[in-house]
Write a protein that binds this ligand. Sequence first.
Ligand SMILES: [Zn+2]
Length: 319
Amino acid sequence: MEKDLLIGIDIGGTTVKNAIITKQGELIAKWEVNTDLSDQGVRVPDDVWASIENKLTELDISKDRFFGMGVGAPGFIEPETGKVAIAVNIGWQDFALKDILEKVSGLPVYVENDANIAALGENWMGSGNQVENMIAVTLGTGVGGGIIANGQVISGANGTGAEIGHITVEKDGAYCNCGRYGCLETVTSATGIVRQAQELMEVGKAEPLQQRKEQNGAITAKDVFEVAEAGDADCKELLLHVCDVLGATLAMLAITTNPAKIVIGGGVSKAGDIILEPLKEAFEKYTLPRTNEACDFEIAQLGNDAGVYGGAYLVLQNS
Ligand SMILES: [Zn+2]
């Protein structure tokens, strides 16, 4: 039977997203299963394969049509072995994800970090537009990143390539989940934006934000964007600082890899022009004119589906 299909899998701490995608990038089916976190997540691969087998039966699709499965998993992945060195939110440690999935499925399996795979997906079927050189950054609760250089996603010697969120941007800055201080994530994530807004309110600044806090009990990054957009100078300044820091970091990465596109995703990217315009200005300020000329900024298009598309693309790339 001629092979024409790919399976993309995106494993998260709450759900596992699965998709069947043609080699042309057409979505055939997409579904989710809950991530079973009991016993350090030991049953996750079996659950995933069981749900795929059910789906193949339901759709009457033969397993022989598949090139393989591409999996995005959280944490650090050993590129050579497809082992998950550590994934705190699932409970895996030195977990042989690739081997286990290949054994139960009988299909070739490729494993990558979830942020890297999202970059691949966004480049294949989203706003990356299949460029050879691209940087993707996701600004959500944390900051994730993926870098594609000469068509290949960079995973590095031991799976920490493109951990953009943990580039130090403020010496002795705020505490980061990685155990260090002043990482990009502490400044430019939604969580970081809220933290900096709290600091403003503590010294009596950003009054309209203070009012929202009194009304709602807490504030979100969205509140900060709205208050800035309504004209509050303190929140505007905060966002300018966020864009300056992000723009400088992206400029350094861009001088390293010379991307044709920088794709911004995650909740913070929904703020739109109030973030994008000052970000482009900061980028231009800190990078070479020629590097800037080659590079377009885009907002990510695939949202939560980027991972399954990227998984499928990883299979295609290796087949
Ligand atoms: Zn960090």
